[in-house]
Design a protein around this ligand. Structure first.
Ligand code: FAD
Length: 527
């Protein structure tokens, strides 16, 4: 069997990830005997060009790595068998592919086995209603999309507590990173809102884990970049779902006032603040992709630049807030709660926008962006995104050098910047945060532009990202990559800092042959 598999594996596999041409058909091997050789009978195993093209592509659109085969599992046992089959070979690796929304090939496996997690028990939904002192929760498949989890929960009047901005991502994919949005200041990232996991380890065993049982596997897998196991099920904390959301945008000219207000809002006691706090930077111009037109929430609202002081700079800031409420709440009650909370804030008078929308419409807001971007070809273009966590102590410097300097003309997409609280994150998980202080900011540079030659070539956008990192390093800013991407173990070691030793220990315990998630390029496969 293994001799059969190794027929497809290149002899020199020491640098397993390479740029490859997805149309290269030299390795096309549609073979009816591949499933038999893997010992996987319930699921489909595909090695033809369509499967290879699917598994060698991601949202970033900059890396293409050809797999040996794509596995569509019917249950966790198929995944466990796949990992065990790979472990007998000297070279094979296994990558779980969530919805392929990584940027740098993290869910790919060069001549390895890619598991399409979307096929795994997509409808699995086991609700636990909760009790007086126990919050409700639901067990879902690791391959489920958050948008599907949300819609099933809403049928029961319930909702997850912590989200990502975009819900076309898988549960296992975001839990392997962190999963953040404007709710994280209150509930922490998605990794802080899961109480139990079912995981297939790199040894090919199916294990249940939680804080009390197999806690090292549980904590390691959360934010673990897929290094310790493939998450096949997750138990997610829920809360009663609100009906409506008051969605608000407030414009600032001064970064100091923007950060002061954002930090004040996220440190307010629960129940006395908004349900969601985010923010973004935009260009002080009428540029439709980067400037004033990106701020209003409804077509009948207009941004009036005359409201800005003449001293306003090249970039402006927008605080984005949301207040959840019930359909039985009177508009006057909602108005007075909002007024009380924003009354003392320092935004520009008259540059305040709001809209009342359905709870699910609010949570699915980026789906409309997706539909538009798909219609215009922007969704399929390369996305050299950069995501950073920057400590409060460095964010003013970051604003001065990056937002007001390098990015003063925008990036052709959102430039998010909003604060979160370290105390809402569990330091025992694998997630890495900046070194200092309780408050830190996420900076997300979400480049959406037409492919070259209509817009800057992707190389220029990558060079700009590199320049930003260079400036951060030169100025000694306290930051970490979110959704990190490195090529050498030295860089990974630096990234993890004092968490590296623990990370390596967990790897040798749960995936000693480094079979899993080779696209992260942290460890090399050993036999
Ligand atoms: P993939 O990209 O397929 O996989 C990511 C990594 O996790 C890979 O290494 C893969 O091997 C591994 N993996 C996948 N599934 C599993 C599993 N079940 N078990 C173990 N390992 C697994 N992130 C945020 O935090 N907040 C946001 O608001 C946000 N918005 C986004 C909007 C868009 C349009 C996009 C494209 C991405 C956004 N992200 C956001 C980033 C997102 O969290 C990552 O892309 C993440 O990787 C999830 O995507 P995925 O489910 O497609 O996983």
């Amino acid at each position: 069997m293994i001799a059969y598999l190794e027929r497809f594996v290149p002899e020199n596999d020491t640098d397993p990830i390479q740029q490859e041409d997805a149309s290269d058909s030299r390795h096309d091997t549609r073979s009816p005997t591949l499933p038999d050789s893997l010992g996987i009978h319930g699921s489909s195993v595909e090695s033809g060009p369509a499967a290879a093209a699917f598994a060698s592509r991601d949202f970033g659109g900059m890396v293409s790595v050809r797999p040996l085969a794509l596995i569509r599992p019917t249950g966790p046992e198929d995944i466990a068998r796949t990992v065990r089959a790979a472990s007998i070979s000297a070279y094979l690796t296994v990558a779980a592919r969530g919805n392929g929304h990584s940027i740098n090939g993290q869910a790919m496996a060069h001549m390895g086995l890619v598991i399409d997690m979307r096929c795994l028990d997509p409808g699995f939904f086991e609700l636990a209603p909760g009790g007086p002192s126990v919050p409700p929760s639901v067990v879902v498949s690791g391959g489920a999309l958050w948008e599907d989890v949300l819609s099933r929960c809403l049928e029961h009047g319930l909702s997850p507590r912590s989200f990502t901005d975009y819900l076309g991502l898988t549960v296992g994919g975001t839990l392997s990173n962190a999963g953040v949005s404007g709710q994280a200041f209150r509930y922490g990232p998605q990794t802080s809102n899961v109480t139990e996991l079912e995981v297939v380890t790199g040894k090919g065993t199916v294990s249940l884990c939680s804080e009390d049982e197999n806690s090292e596997l549980f904590l390691g897998a959360l934010g673990g970049l897929g290094q310790f196991g493939i998450i096949t099920k997750a138990k997610i904390l829920l809360q009663p779902a609100p009906d409506m959301v008051r969605w608000i945008r407030l414009v600032y000219t001064e970064f100091a006032e923007f950060t002061r207000d954002a930090e004040w809002l996220i440190t307010h006691p629960d129940g006395h603040s908004f349900s969601y706090v985010e923010g973004f930077v935009f260009v002080n111009s009428d540029d439709p992709a980067n400037g004033w037109p990106t701020v209003p929430l409804r077509p009948d609202q207009a941004f009036e630049p005359a409201r800005l002081l003449p001293t306003a700079g090249s970039v402006l800031y927008c605080l984005e807030l949301a207040l959840n409420y019930g359909s039985g709440d009177l508009p006057s009650t909602v108005n007075s709660v909002v007024e009380r909370m924003i009354g003392g804030l320092g935004f520009v008078e008259g540059l305040e926008f709001h809209a009342d929308v359905d709870y699910s419409e609010f949570l699915l807001r980026v789906k409309r962006v997706e539909q538009h971007a798909k219609a215009t070809g922007i969704w399929e273009a390369p996305h050299p995104w950069l995501n950073l966590f920057v400590s409060k102590s460095s964010i003013v410097d970051f604003d001065r050098t990056v937002f007001k300097g390098i990015l003063r003309e925008g990036i052709g997409g959102p430039m998010l910047v909003y604060p979160m609280l370290r105390s809402r994150w569990d330091s025992r998980t694998s997630v890495v945060l900046p070194d200092s202080g309780d408050i830190f900011y996420i900076v997300a540079l979400l480049r959406f532009s037409q492919p070259y030659p209509e817009c800057a070539p992707v190389e220029r956008q990558i060079a700009q990202n590199n320049e930003i990192i260079h400036v951060c390093n030169k100025n000694g800013l306290d930051y970490k990559f979110y959704l990190p991407h490195y090529k050498s173990q030295e860089d990974w070691k630096r990234h993890f800092g004092d968490k590296w030793t623990k990370f390596v220990e967990r790897k040798s315990r749960f995936d000693p042959m480094a079979i899993l998630a080779p696209g992260q390029k942290i460890f090399s496969r050993s036999s």
